[in-house]
Design a protein around this ligand. Structure first.
Ligand code: ISE
Length: 336
């Protein structure tokens, strides 16, 4: 039957997922929404037929009509929500990050292993982006030879005023960490953060843009330009430089308009627009897996590995030093 989903967190991302499950996805409905802000929970639940509003995740996840959980609350609240979902043995799609640091991510891994089966898909939605999936297929096919370098650009038009320097790593570059691991099928072994002079929109004491360098265990170098206040639009690009050719995604302009002696395309304003298809396909894949009783996509291990790289990245950012990434042994439950 239809999968009853509880959406925990009704901020910008959670509300967008409620809309997506209610209007776009097949095979699921939003049975409950949870938010500490009761008024906001009611406002998001209101337009959704048969959707109950809660302020307590435990009450929502205990409801008989809830079969699965989508966690879209702030990263610091993810561990509690995940452990509550495990208490009811419910499948979970957890928005990135799995949790904000390696220690809490390892606690989630241990709890999931005690269940004896995987229950978590982490919301690294670029794995479902049409352009990125073509890049992954091309690299997997090997026709360009081995990747040697990966050039990444991650530009936001703007970020909220509370957006700190560590959030550049934990909230934004975390996507390039998962993208690197997924595209190359290698772990990241070290992180370095370099700083150009800050742009005029960078708040005092905050470096924006920054250049983040990953080394991988297979010897590939990845450079990530993170520019959180670029003003002109939301732009994510990745170019793989291989032994016999290169491939770049993120330049597609959709419609190209000629007029008044000029030509041009549009740039998305933010990630909900640029990655709308990726989010839709990610959540549909999750719902289909839940209804089959299986799991798909990035696991809690991928969430832990990203958290470990984030910790190294924040330390590299603060010290200006190259920081090695220390990973725990990969448990059997997460061996591919
Ligand atoms: C946001 O949380 C996201 O996940 C977006 O994909 C990223 O581009 C943005 O910088 C983050 O703040």
């Amino acid at each position: 039957g239809t999968l009853g989903v509880a959406v925990v967190g009704t901020g910008r991302m959670g509300a967008d997922h409620v809309r997506r499950i209610d209007r776009v996805i097949s095979g699921a409905r939003v049975a409950a929404v949870v938010d500490v802000d009761a008024e906001r929970a009611r406002a998001v639940a209101g337009p959704v037929e048969g959707c109950a509003a809660y302020t307590d995740p435990a009450a929502a996840l205990a409801a008989p009509e809830v079969d699965a959980v989508l966690v879209a609350s702030p990263g610091s609240a993810h561990e509690a929500a995940l452990l509550e979902a495990f208490r009811h043995d419910l499948p979970v799609l957890c928005e990135k990050p799995l949790t904000p640091d390696a220690a809490s991510a390892l606690r989630v891994l241990e709890a999931e292993q005690r269940l004896g089966h995987r229950r978590v898909q982490v919301g690294f939605m670029r794995r479902w982006d049409p352009e990125f999936t073509r890049l992954k297929a091309l690299l997997d096919g090997g026709e360009l030879g081995r990747p040697l370098l990966l050039h990444c650009r991650h530009r936001n038009a703007s970020v909220p005023s509370f957006f700190t320097e560590p959030m550049l790593i934990n909230d934004s570059v975390v996507h390039e960490m998962d993208q690197t691991r997924w595209l190359l099928e290698q772990e990241i072994s070290a992180v370095t953060v370099l700083r150009p002079r800050p742009g005029r929109d960078a708040p005092p004491g905050i470096g924006d843009p920054q250049l983040v360098i990953f080394e991988t265990e297979g010897g590939v170098l990845v450079d990530v330009e993170i520019f959180a206040r670029c003003r002109f639009g939301y732009q994510v690009q990745a170019e793989a430089v291989c032994e016999r050719g290169t491939a770049r995604v993120g330049d597609a302009h959709g419609m190209l308009v000629n007029r008044d002696g000029r030509w041009g395309g549009e740039i998305a304003p933010d990630f909900t627009v640029r990655f709308a298809t990726a989010f839709d396909r990610q959540v549909q894949a999750w719902v289909d897996a839940c209804r089959r009783g299986t799991v798909t996509g990035p696991s809690a291990w991928d969430g832990y590995a990203a958290a470990a790289v984030c910790e190294a990245g924040v330390r590299a950012q603060a010290t200006g030093e190259r920081v090695a990434v220390e990973l725990a042994a990969r448990p059997a439950l997460y061996q591919d």
